[in-house]
Design a protein around this ligand. Structure first.
Ligand code: AKG
Length: 307
């Protein structure tokens, strides 16, 4: 890392996320995605679906997080992804049929389809985020999923707020247009994922919003994003995310494991699927035709204009 490419610029300021509407022409949405590296849809997921998943997650978090008047509230000690408390509760959250099924709702799949302009493959790995207060410095550092998921530029992330999330609770922030500079160098960092990528000196403007329940952000594999710290007294931020691509695009092999299955004993698909009421989404990914074990990237001249 040299002085021209610092890991983070000293100053940064926020601008509102550019909003998109699902009824806009698919071509326009793809153009905006190509320009900013993300699309933001307010209230896209039905509030009932978000409330149901939030309540199921809170059942798994009993004794640690409760359903407070203002939203999820911490009642025990704060914790961070990979802390012993998190490791103890996460297998139950990962086993929720409603967590996995959430991303396969037909409307959400249609939205993803508009972005990839093709049949969609929703990655099997589904993520649930639990951001507690009093863990400053452990929030998600700036990173690109192209690095963390070893993904080609055909992949995109989709992140959904399960309840209202303001600056105090720690919002998702994106660096607009940052996908255009390709995959960046990384350094170790504390916080979710354990690495952060370089930020160029001129990159001082981030896009973010106070999120409402059911708001959706879709972002390019190379779009730099991060989370704000949770500075609330006892509020807990719950959100969920996964990745998707056009069906048949290369998908790196580790994305077929459960989230944190690589480090939590017995967190495997068999354990996750035990107790599900439907077999529809179990192993749907098993015959995926393009599982790769080497990072693959298109040469620049072959890169598609959209995603
Ligand atoms: O919600 C967060 O804190 C992190 C989300 C994220 O990094 C992602 O969806 O890739």
């Amino acid at each position: 890392m040299n002085e021209q490419t610092p890991l983070a610029s000293g100053q940064e300021h926020n601008q509102p996320l550019v909003e998109s509407r699902p009824d806009e022409a698919a071509e326009l949405l793809r153009q905006r995605f190509a320009e900013f590296g993300y699309l933001f849809f307010r209230g896209f997921v039905e509030p009932e679906a978000c409330a149901e998943l939030q309540s199921a997650m809170l059942s798994c978090l009993q004794g640690h997080v409760e359903d407070g008047e203002q939203g999820p509230a911490l009642i025990g000690e704060p914790f961070f992804e990979t802390d012993p408390v998190w490791d103890a509760v996460y297998p139950a959250i990962q086993s929720l049929e409603s967590l996995h099924g959430f991303f396969h709702q037909p409307r959400l799949q249609q939205l993803m389809q508009q972005v990839v302009n093709d049949e969609v493959f929703v990655y099997p790995m589904k993520m649930a985020r639990i951001s507690t207060p009093r863990k400053l410095g452990y929030e998600t550092p700036p990173h690109q999923d192209a690095h963390s998921h070893q993904a080609p530029d055909t992949m995109a992330g989709i992140w959904i707020a399960l309840h209202d999330i303001d600056q105090e609770l720690g919002r998702l922030k994106l660096l607009p247009g940052s996908h255009q500079a390709g995959v960046r160098r990384v350094l170790e960092a504390q916080g979710v994922g354990g690495v952060q990528c370089e930020i160029f000196p001129e990159e001082t403007t981030w896009h973010t919003a106070d999120f409402g329940r059911g708001d959706v952000v879709i972002f390019h594999a190379c779009t730099v994003h991060k989370a704000e710290p949770n500075r609330s007294d006892n509020g807990v931020r719950l959100s969920v995310d996964t990745r998707f691509s056009d069906y048949g695009a290369p998908v790196f092999v580790t994305n077929f494991e459960p989230h944190h299955g690589w480090r939590i004993d017995a967190l495997d698909w068999q354990a996750i699927y035990r107790g599900w009421t439907s077999a529809n989404l179990q192993y749907y990914w098993q015959d995926y035709p393009n599982v790769v074990d080497q990072v693959w990237r298109r040469p620049p001249e072959q890169q598609p204009a959209q995603i």
